[in-house]
Write a protein that binds this ligand. Sequence first.
Ligand SMILES: [Zn+2]
Length: 274
Amino acid sequence: MKRFVQARAAAFRGAIGAALLPLVLGGCATTGINKGQINVISTADEVKMGQEMSAEVAKQYTIYNNAAVTAYVQGVGNKIVQHCDRQDIEYHFAVINKNEVNAFAIPGGYIYVYTELMRDADDEAELAAVIAHEVGHVAARHSTERMTAMYGYQFVASLVLGQNPNACAKLVTDMAATGGFLKYSRKDEHEADELGAKYLYAAGYDPRGMVDLLNKLKGLETTEPTKFDTWFMTHPATSERLARVETEIAGFAKLTSPVRNAAAYAKIKAQLPK
Ligand SMILES: [Zn+2]
């Protein structure tokens, strides 16, 4: 699957170069954290696209509709979002019922966490670490950057303009096949970790929550590899991510009472499907 996705991406990339150029010269700037980079999708268009895609996600995935669980995840998300670099959109959080370790963000600030990943986390700080990583992708506008690079500006523009009703469904089908939004680059993944650790810490959570969760996943990768099929496709080696996050958080000043919220998390975990 990975090879298929990459080959297709390369084919699309070739076709879109010419279409992108006039827009780039027209001077579009991104509103995300990476202001120096070009992103041809405006925030308003990204939000519109996100609304359309989130409706499609609700059709193609099984959303776990438990009011207490959703409210809890949204609450943790809101704490992270308050400290993130991107405040020009609203963030939405939902849980997907699937026995797979994963989480993803689509354009417009829609973030999804899988029930299996929630079962593997042991406290709120670990869940917050996953959410903070996804908020990092949103703040840096990785999804629209990757989408434009993979599918081309014309495809993306047709989505925004509603000219291509099947495009959104196709995009979400592709996403389901690859387990996440798109194949982000290693650089994107490390940037999301870096921003995520920063937001986690700024929100008052123990930044070691990110290290602890990554360590746990590293162990499970060996004992239960089938749960990681798409995770492997979409994320760089866990040991490399761990080393970088360890270095980053070593530079943070010690928090007086870093939040873990293990008891509150245990109650929510008890409400997840087995
Ligand atoms: Zn990621």
